[in-house]
Design a protein around this ligand. Structure first.
Ligand SMILES: [Zn+2]
Length: 87
């Protein structure tokens, strides 16, 4: 039995509601990551501030994911960085 976990994996109901409402207004505007227009048919994400208290606006999903991945990779690199050698 496959359990659906979309609400846990994503941002939750509130985030999805906000995204749905903003989506129609996003088309034709510039994505703040790549400064290119967001077009109908493209996957768009609702980007939020790092502390998730407010929204920065709609972006291309690919741009948003790429930015998120960069952040995660940087954090992971910093965590695993063998800075001190005790020898
Ligand atoms: Zn973009």
């Amino acid at each position: 039995m496959a359990r659906r976990r979309s609400s846990r994996a994503g941002y939750g109901w509130k985030h999805r509601q906000a995204r749905e409402q903003l989506l129609p207004y996003a088309y034709g505007r510039l994505c703040h990551f790549c400064q290119k227009p967001m077009l109908r048919g493209q996957k768009l994400d609702l980007d939020h501030t790092d502390d998730r208290t407010s929204y920065r606006g709609m972006t291309h999903a690919s741009c948003n994911r790429a930015a998120g991945a960069r952040k995660t990779n940087a954090a992971r690199r910093a965590a695993s960085d063998p800075k001190s050698r005790d020898w």
